[in-house]
Write a protein of this length. Structure first.
Length: 223
């Protein structure tokens, strides 16, 4: 059967198996959301804690940047060998968290350092403490840049999460690899394509969610 003929079967396959695809997409979105939530807490915290200390800041950015250079398959293989780890969702969450850190840390630092020094000095001159300036002035002004970092990280790890199926992680990767394993059969391409389209759908859903989040959490004067 030619690839064109298999593509013609895709709508039929999707209509008959939409519940399985939806279940896999929800599992995919959930594991990405968990990893991004953890990475956001860690990344924003690291950015806030280091943006005024150049040596510490550069060291954190280098380490988190190195995480992105590790091939995902190699990282998954390494994580499952660690004590108490094994197969399943846990190594996938850890790997995705590592990959998500650098854009979040970098954008947090960039956003905070980008706040006009005159505004900070004026706030301090009004008697605000360092913590109050951070909470009331710097973070609100830097927030759009920080959210952009979280958004970029999310889109990066959505694709990487699909490879988590090699360590029995949940998500749409199961469909993609199932399609590859069925190579030569009439439904090989429709199965793999359903996983591929599902990943794109999850990415679009997260992107729309971040657009809404930015609008709801950013004051009109900062947009």
């Amino acid at each position: 059967m030619t690839p064109i003929e298999q593509l013609e079967r895709f709508p039929t396959y999707l209509a008959n198996n939409w519940d399985n695809v939806l279940e896999a997409a929800l599992a995919h979105a959930l594991i990405v959301a968990i990893a991004i939530a953890i990475a956001s807490i860690l990344g924003i915290g690291l950015g806030i804690g280091s943006y005024r200390n150049p040596s510490v800041r550069d060291g954190i950015l280098r380490v988190t940047g190195l995480f992105l250079t590790i091939p995902s398959l190699a990282l998954y293989a390494l994580l499952i060998t660690l004590p108490g780890m094994g197969f399943g969702a846990q190594p996938v969450v850890i790997a995705l968290t590592m990959y998500a850190l650098m854009p979040i840390v970098r954008n947090t630092v960039t956003g905070l350092l980008g706040v006009d020094a005159a505004i900070v000095e004026s706030a301090q001159g009004m008697g605000m403490s360092r913590r109050q300036v951070l909470r009331r002035i710097e973070l609100p002004l830097a927030w759009p840049v920080i959210v952009t970092g979280v958004r970029v990280s999310t889109l990066i790890v959505i694709g990487i999460a699909a490879l988590g199926s090699i360590v029995n992680g949940p998500g749409l990767g199961d469909l993609i690899f199932e399609g590859l394993n069925r190579y030569g059969t009439p439904f090989a391409l429709p199965v793999a394509l359903s996983g591929f389209v599902g990943v794109i759908g999850v990415g679009i859903a997260f992107d729309l969610a971040f657009n809404l989040l930015t609008r709801l959490t950013t004051s009109k004067g900062v947009r």
